[in-house]
Structure formats: structure tokens, C-alpha cells
Design a protein around this ligand. Structure first.
Ligand code: PLP
Length: 462
């Protein structure tokens, strides 16, 4: 950091302050973790200086031998780790990985067949660049029209889906006619029969499974059945739980790799690697996924691919499987402790790395008030919509807790019980403020000072 400080001391200071912040506060953000120093060093070096558009051994720049090795290592280790036929480690983030997947599927299933039709060609896979590069604009517009008329069926944002799964403010909601499936109103669990009924009506090109805030595991065998019934491509976004797949906690019907055509993930959540994305797929989609550049990406980030290779090496070790199992043990312990404290846990518990607590209906506060109050006491987490949330995605009625980071720190069920007890005390000590018309304000609140002080001391002692 001295080298950074010599150039930009304010930047170096921000890094040190972030270190202090992450040490001072307990990290319960479900999408965060602590990457290893090896991963961080692999990411912070001169590999950042290299351009390498293309794929290994087939580049548009000279001098890519070392990037080729790095990318080969990342891809080979990802294939081994997940048991996937093909891996593509260029996406810069989870959102990028999803864009690569969407456009690879669109190219294979819509664009090439549409071009073949327009050009009167028999085999879409045999079209040569010369065939489509010379297409008159009117023909090309027919292809673009076909691309723009496709349907996506993914999990609704409020039920736990992600922005990139068809939310209207995201490119995915504009590229596709996007439909969302929800959880069951009573159980707050996925209802596969209802998803099947909806899929039969919508007839999507892509059936998308995966989530950011659903505390249960998914039955991918059932999702595959549904996809097959409607002729959809099954895509799974395992951004949140890929560490649980890598650590073999999710097996059989709960392992997306065994059932999906295309699987995307981030590399920095439960997987504990650098910030980035990854696409895994079957042989049928391999060639299209490898065209991430020029489909949506420019040059890859060689330094981040190096860090992915390091993180995958770590995840291949037996210790990682033990770590993944402990993440879920801790999450279950946390959910049980919340229930003992009388808090309302969405779906009554958890099977994975996250727990969702409804603070709205039972305590009359918003997720925003709760998030801020808990942070004042030394716990960093995020507010989250709960299914059918009356407070919308900004104020929300929920808090999302995740155990990947605290498990990396070596915490166990005893610490989870203590955290749940502190959180419950703090939530009960919040009094919502009033707005100008005398009603409850969704942002303002007061927190009992004595409770805050005591909570802070208990968190510091952990
Ligand atoms: N997909 C899911 C399910 C996610 O939860 C997230 C991030 O939270 C993403 C995609 C996007 O990942 P990134 O923030 O790396 O773009």
C-alpha cells in the first residue's frame, strides 16, 4: 500500500479504512465474503495491462501466451470443480455472465435459425461469416425482430430473484418479454406445479432458475422437466450458492450442473474468489458461450482470471467442502436462534447460506430502519424485499442475513445464537418516526441508547 500511498494517499487511506470497517463490524451480507490474500495478490498485478480479446490460443492480439495459460487454468479448474463440460471465465461480473448466457442462447436458438431462414440455408450452424455480413439491412432487421420477440420466465424480484432476471429497469427486462414466477403466498416456497402451469402459458425461450434472496434450495430435476415440456432452455444463475455446489453440499436434484443447459455464477460470494463472473455450459452451447466477446464483452481481465484460477484451486481442496457445510450449519443455527427470539423467519427457516427475516409485519418497522439501526451496533447487512412486500424494494420489510463471511472467520453456532440475540434486542428497541402528516415514517426512527451501547459491546466481544 505504500506504493499506492506515494501516488494517491487518499486512495490508500480509503483501503485502510475499509479494512478497519470490515474488522470492526460483523459482515452478514449474504453476497459477500473474505477472499484469501493469494486471491487478492493474483488480482492486483501487471496482468491488468494485457489485452486478449478472443479465447485461449485464438486471440486478436499478439503476445497472449501467458494470458492463454492463465485462462486455460481458470477454465480447467472450473470444469473440475463443478463437473461441467465447458467453462468460460471471462465475464467481469455476475451481470455480465448473465448477458453472455442470454446472448449465447439467443444466438443458438433464435439468431442462427432466423438467419438460415432468411438466407434459405439448411443448417444454421454451418452459416459462414460471409453469409451474414453481407445481409441487406432489410433481412438483418428480420433477424433483429426475431431476437426482440423472445420470452424469459424467471423468479420475480420480490420473491427472491435478481435484477438481471427480467426486472424492467434492467437490460434483461427490455431485451425479453419477461415474466416472473413467485413463491406460494402461504408457504413462501416455490410451487413447481404453478411454475409449470405458467411456463405452459408463457412458453418461454429461457426458463431461469436461481436467486439472490430465497432461503431454500431448488429442485433442478423438476425445473428441467418443466423446461422440456415447453421446449425452453434451462438456465440457472447460481451466483449466490455456487460455493455450496463446489463444496458438494448441493447434490443430486439440488445440483444445477446436472440438469441445466447453461449455468452462470459470480465468483465472489459463497465461492470466496475475486469479484467476477463465470459461465458453465453443455457441449451444445460451448461455441456460442465462447463468443462472449464480441457478443457483449470486450477484452477479458487477465488479472481477475488469474485470481479466479487461484480461488478455484482453493475451492478444490477438501477444506473447502468442510467450509461449505459449515456455512449451512451456521445459517440453520441463525434461523433457529431467530425463531427462538420470536422473530418471523421467511419460510420458517433455511436450507442454504441465507436467512430472511420479516421485520415489517411483526415489528412494524421497515427494512431500511432495521438495517441502519443494526449497523449502528456493529453488524453490516442489507435490507431486502420479502415476498409480496408492501414496502417495495427501497424501504422493504425484510432483512437478509448470510453466513459465508462469518464462517470464513471461523464462527460457529454459539456465535450465531449471540448475533441473533443482539439483533432481536436491537430490532425491538427501534421506534419508527412520524412523517409530516402524522403517519409512520419509513426512514426515520430512534433507537434506545442503552440497548445500542450494550449491543455494540456484545458484538465487539465476538
Ligand atoms: N445474479 C445473482 C443471482 C446475484 O445475486 C447477483 C448479485 O448480487 C448477480 C447476478 C450480479 O452479480 P454482479 O454484482 O457481480 O454483477
Amino acid at each position: 500500500l505504500d506504493t499506492v500511498a506515494a501516488v494517491a494517499p487518499d486512495v490508500a487511506r480509503a483501503v485502510v479504512q475499509e479494512l478497519a470497517d470490515q474488522r470492526r463490524n460483523i459482515k452478514l451480507i449474504a453476497s459477500e465474503n473474505y477472499s484469501s490474500l493469494a486471491t487478492q495478490c493474483a488480482m492486483g498485478n501487471l496482468l491488468t495491462d494485457k489485452y486478449a480479446e478472443g479465447i485461449p490460443h485464438h486471440r486478436f492480439y499478439a503476445g497472449c501466451d501467458n494470458v492463454d495459460s492463465v485462462e486455460d487454468m481458470a477454465n480447467a479448474r472450473a470444469r473440475e470443480l463443478f463437473g461441467a463440460a465447458h467453462a468460460y471465465s471471462q465475464p467481469h461480473s455476475g451481470a455480465d455472465a448473465n448477458l453472455v448466457a442470454f446472448w449465447a442462447i439467443l444466438r443458438a436458438r433464435v439468431e442462427l435459425p432466423a438467419m438460415a431462414k432468411v438466407l434459405g440455408a439448411e443448417d444454421p450452424e454451418k452459416l459462414a461469416p460471409a453469409d451474414w455480413q453481407k445481409m441487406p439491412i432489410a433481412q438483418w432487421n428480420e433477424v433483429r425482430h426475431a431476437l426482440g420477440n423472445q420470452r424469459l420466465l424467471g423468479m420475480d424480484l420480490a420473491s427472491g430473484g435478481h435484477l438481471t432476471h427480467g426486472y424492467r429497469l434492467n437490460a434483461s427486462g427490455k431485451m425479453f418479454e419477461a415474466h416472473g414466477y413467485t413463491v406460494d403466498r402461504e408457504s413462501l416456497l416455490l410451487d413447481y406445479d404453478a411454475i409449470e402451469k405458467q411456463a405452459l402459458e408463457v412458453k418461454p425461450l429461457i426458463l431461469l432458475a436461481g436467486f439472490s434472496a430465497y432461503p431454500r434450495n431448488i429442485n433442478y430435476r423438476r425445473m428441467r422437466e418443466i423446461a422440456d415440456k415447453v421446449g425452453a432452455v434451462l438456465m440457472v444463475d447460481m451466483a449466490h450458492f455456487s460455493g455450496l455446489v463446489a463444496g458438494k453440499v448441493l447434490k443430486g436434484e439440488e445440483n444445477p450442473i446436472e440438469y441445466a443447459d447453461v449455468v452462470t455464477t459470480t465468483t465472489h460470494k459463497t465461492l470466496r474468489g475475486p469479484r467476477g463472473g463465470l459461465v458453465l455450459c453443455t457441449e451444445a452451447f460451448k461455441e456460442h458461450v465462447d463468443r462472449g466477446c464480441p457478443l457483449v464483452l470486450g477484452g477479458p481481465l487477465p488479472h481477475v482470471m488469474a485470481a479466479k484460477a487461484v480461488a478455484f484451486t482453493e475451492a478444490l481442496r477438501p477444506e473447502f467442502a468442510a467450509y461449505a457445510a459449515k456455512i449451512v450449519d451456521n445459517s440453520r443455527a441463525l434461523a433457529e436462534a431467530f425463531l427462538k427470539q420470536g422473530l418471523k423467519v421467511i419460510s420458517g427457516g433455511t436450507d442454504n447460506h441465507l436467512v430472511l427475516v420479516d421485520v415489517g409485519s411483526a415489528l412494524g418497522i421497515t427494512g431500511r430502519q432495521a438495517e441502519e439501526a443494526v449497523r449502528r451496533c456493529g453488524i453490516t447487512l442489507n435490507r431486502n424485499p420479502i415476498p409480496f412486500d408492501p414496502n417495495g424494494p427501497w424501504y422493504t420489510s425484510g432483512l437478509r442475513f448470510g453466513t459465508p463471511a462469518v464462517t470464513t472467520l471461523g464462527m460457529g453456532p454459539a456465535e450465531m445464537a449471540e448475533i441473533a440475540s443482539v439483533v432481536a434486542d436491537v430490532l425491538r428497541a427501534i421506534t419508527p418516526g412520524t412523517n409530516k402528516s402524522g403517519g409512520r415514517d419509513k426512514a426515520k426512527y430512534t433507537l434506545d441508547e442503552a440497548v445500542e451501547k450494550k449491543a455494540h459491546a456484545r458484538i465487539k466481544a465476538l
